[in-house]
Design a protein around this ligand. Structure first.
Ligand SMILES: Cc1cc2nc3c(=O)[nH]c(=O)nc-3n(C[C@H](O)[C@H](O)[C@H](O)COP(=O)(O)O)c2cc1C
Length: 448
């Protein structure tokens, strides 16, 4: 079996994923706005040789019929947050090998400034940066905050394609890789290797010179997680590592196959994209103890949190529908995945599911051996390349996974015991150089 890759999902806010667990006695997430919280998390990841720490992010907030429910504040559900790029930057000097991956929105960021931010992080980290490209599912409230027009679901992906075309020019084509000579007796940079870029796209324009030079990886490692048809087409073109939301082996295998097919349709190798599934687990030495720990986490949730957080992802107030309504009869211009993934279920059933685990799928609950068996079985049946661990309670869930499950996976030879390769791209994708593979569309913008 291939060696699996592992990342940790995190979020610079008190709760994440549509649940509210901050009151749990073991949770430290109410300290998410302190540097000490993040230093502990990053060091724990690096000591465990995890491939990367992923800092998810969103703009916008929960909106139920034009009002942000009070429960959002009383439970710290959606706001406040910190900027993931600043959190990521603060962790660079405390880590040496750990990849730092962060979400950035193509709907709301300004591509010219965003490219410089990614390049700066990639320089300072010596090539450990990844960017999770999102079109922002929470678009309705986010565009109000930014004072920009609403863009419909599929069009947001057209806009993202244009954003990518511009940032590839900046990442790959504005400065050649060896433009900087830094020769005190000669010259600092070679003017023949510094190029003017021109971009007149349907959404973005930019003319002139790149603000930052070619960074160790050129383009940061590109992550993506959209699972609508348009999202998958975008991921098949640009993504290098795609996050899947979890689910049964059958469902994951079908998703893996369709994304690899998309890659091939875009002239890329089927294995040019690594697929990682999100999962949570509650683990303890005995199954009974694990079930008891899980019940404590479930008891911290309320139905009101479920309604407010579902609305945050979709703009839909499920409490206003007849519980017997089929989910397939609903429509949103926000995250369509959050309707499609429930298939034929009813609104009443989904509210119960959401109450239990929010946007996540059900956690695996069991002994360390049982969890390791589930992950190995999933990987074998689905052709997944790795897993994104999404902790229910931070930092204890992550510590439990690292201390109890990871050693078993290492013994079985499916998890790495040390870091191999210097940059995130070489390690995660097994590329011969830190740069984009030649079959990636961004590589075509490179001037070497
Ligand atoms: C593991 C995982 C992590 C995600 N992280 C983010 C995130 O940080 N920010 C965000 O806006 N969406 C995030 N998403 C959601 C997707 O990127 C995507 O925006 C969402 O599925 C809506 O797009 P779609 O309608 O094309 O599926 C994540 C999804 C998954 C499965």
């Amino acid at each position: 079996m291939k060696k699996l890759r592992f990342g940790l999902f995190e979020n610079a806010q008190t709760n994440d994923s549509g649940t509210s667990t901050w009151r749990h006695p073991d949770s430290e997430r109410h300290n998410f706005d302190t540097l000490d919280y993040w230093l502990d998390i990053a060091r724990m990841c690096e000591d465990a040789k995890l491939d990367f720490l992923f800092l998810a992010d969103a703009w916008g907030w929960a909106d139920v019929k034009g009002k942000r429910p009070d429960i959002c504040d009383t439970e710290g559900l959606d706001l406040p947050r910190l900027d993931p790029a600043i959190v990521g930057a603060a962790l660079l000097s405390a880590t040496d090998k750990l990849g730092i991956v962060m979400t950035g929105s193509t709907l709301l960021e300004q591509p010219y400034a965003f490219a410089r931010r990614m390049q700066s992080l990639d320089h300072l980290s010596k090539g450990r940066i990844g960017w999770n490209v999102v079109t922002t599912g929470t678009a309705e409230t986010a565009v109000a905050a930014f004072g920009v027009p609403m863009v419909a679901h599929d069009e947001r992906y057209n806009m993202a394609d244009d954003f990518m075309a511009l940032v590839y020019k900046l990442f790959e084509g504005a400065w050649e890789r060896d433009a900087l000579e830094r020769n005190k007796a000669g010259r600092y940079a070679n003017p023949d290797k510094v190029h003017r870029i021109a971009h007149d796209g349907p959404y973005f324009r930019s003319h002139g010179f790149g603000n930052a030079s070619y960074s160790p990886q050129g383009t940061p490692v590109l992550f993506q997680a959209g699972s609508s048809d348009r999202g998958k087409a975008f991921g098949g073109k640009h993504g290098e590592c795609i996050f899947l939301g979890g689910g049964t082996a059958e469902k994951l295998a079908a998703q893996v196959k369709s994304i690899r097919d998309e890659a091939v349709a875009n002239g890329r190798d089927a294995n040019a994209i690594k697929l990682m599934s999100a999962f949570s687990c509650v683990v303890a030495p005995t199954r009974e103890e694990a079930q008891r720990k899980h019940q404590e986490i479930l008891d911290a949730q309320t139905p009101e949190v479920a309604v407010a957080s579902y609305a945050w992802f979709t703009g839909l107030d499920l409490s206003s529908f007849d519980p017997a309504t089929k989910m397939s009869d609903l429509h949103t211009e926000l995250s369509q995945t959050q309707i499609a993934r429930f298939g034929d279920k009813t609104v009443g059933e989904v509210l119960k599911d959401w109450h239990a685990h929010g946007v996540r799928t059900n956690p695996y609950v069991g002994t360390p051996e049982e969890i390791a068996d589930i992950l190995c079985d999933l990987a074998e049946k689905t052709d997944l390349d790795g897993f994104l661990f999404t902790p229910l309670i931070q930092p204890t869930s992550t510590r439990d996974f690292i201390e109890m499950v990871l050693p078993i996976l290492r013994e079985r030879g499916v998890a790495a015991s040390d870091y191999e390769g210097d940059t995130l791209r070489e390690r995660l994708l097994g590329t011969p150089t830190p740069m984009l593979r030649d079959d990636h569309p961004g590589a075509g913008y490179r001037k070497l």
